[in-house]
Design a protein around this ligand. Structure first.
Ligand code: FE
Ligand code: FE
Ligand code: ZN
Length: 293
């Protein structure tokens, strides 16, 4: 069964229940959330009552919570050569993993980090060192996201991710999240997605893929820009994205939309999910969203 959803909000009052209700309003059967704002590290305590109430509603809706994803904030940087920032990132990610454990979440997506001039090899070493300090205290698996290669980002090449994973001791708790926009912007031709998967399998192993971010891209192959576009409205296109979403080798992996709000105010996810289920591109989708909101 296709597992399709989007990133959703999470606030301190409604917590998991708010996230779930937002996902259900999009007719999603999975979702991804940050445990607070994506751009900062302020976090509130997890309410057991709210979590249990949300779990009950998931059961009634046949939503498989074991594949719901958390995303770590993107400002922490394990690749940094600055010792203070590095320790801050390690401690913060550790606390995020504990929050995931409290929520019963198994997977957390992490941007590997940016080396900020210290060089790719130093970045890789630091990330692996950080992961080895973080892992081992919970059952949560960290999913390194494939990056676009903007600035000094580490992880836009599969070889870099493979090197990090090779250096991690606790291999059972490290996996990968593919992001279609990032793959395109990094220069991977995903039109022939099976060829890409063959390459991925030889370098990392296809069973490591536990999440796929489905985004179109505003930019050409290899642009290193990282600007997401609505499904079918960018340079990747609807047909290629549908082929990835319905690829048999990834059929049990949750697919998460992180496409932009239309006119910065209307969530597109309900409409994009419907279009993906129909497997038919709706040219007028963005206008429809504007009219119905
Ligand atoms: Fe991400
Ligand atoms: Fe992503
Ligand atoms: Zn992105």
């Amino acid at each position: 069964m296709l597992l399709i959803g989007s990133h959703v909000g999470f606030n301190k009052d409604t917590q998991l229940l708010g996230s779930l209700n937002e996902a259900l309003s999009y007719k999603a059967n999975t979702f991804m959330f940050y445990t607070g704002a994506p751009q900062n590290t302020r976090r509130s305590n997890i309410s057991k009552e709210i979590t249990e109430e949300a779990l009950e509603i998931m059961k009634k809706n046949n939503l498989d919570y074991s594949k719901v994803i958390v995303h770590a904030p993107y400002i922490v940087n394990l690749a940094t050569a600055d010792p203070e920032k590095f320790i801050f990132a390690v401690n913060f990610i550790k606390s995020e993993l504990k929050r995931c454990q409290e929520l019963g979440i198994k997977y957390i997506v992490l941007h590997p980090g940016s080396h900020v001039g210290s060089g790719i090899e130093t970045g890789i070493t630091n990330i692996a060192k950080g992961l080895n300090m973080i892992l081992g205290e919970t059952d949560v698996m960290i999913l390194l996201e494939t990056m676009a290669g903007k600035g000094t980002e580490v992880g836009s090449k599969l070889e870099e991710l493979a090197k990090i994973i090779n250096l991690v001791q606790d291999k059972d708790h490290i996996g990968i999240c593919l992001d279609t926009c990032h793959l395109n912007d990094a220069g991977y031709d995903i039109v022939n997605f099976d060829d890409f998967l063959t390459k991925f399998d030889s370098l990392i192993g296809i069973n490591k893929i536990k999440c796929v971010h489905i985004n179109d891209s505003k930019n050409e192959l290899g642009s290193h820009k990282d600007r997401h576009e609505n499904i079918g409205f960018g340079k990747i296109g609807f047909t290629t994205l549908i082929n990835i979403i319905y690829n048999d080798k990834l059929k049990d992996v949750p697919k998460i939309l992180e496409t932009p709000y239309v006119d910065r105010q209307f969530a597109p996810y309900k409409y994009e999910i419907e279009m993906i289920r129909n497997k038919k591109f709706a040219e007028n989708l963005l206008d429809k969203i504007r009219q119905q909101n």
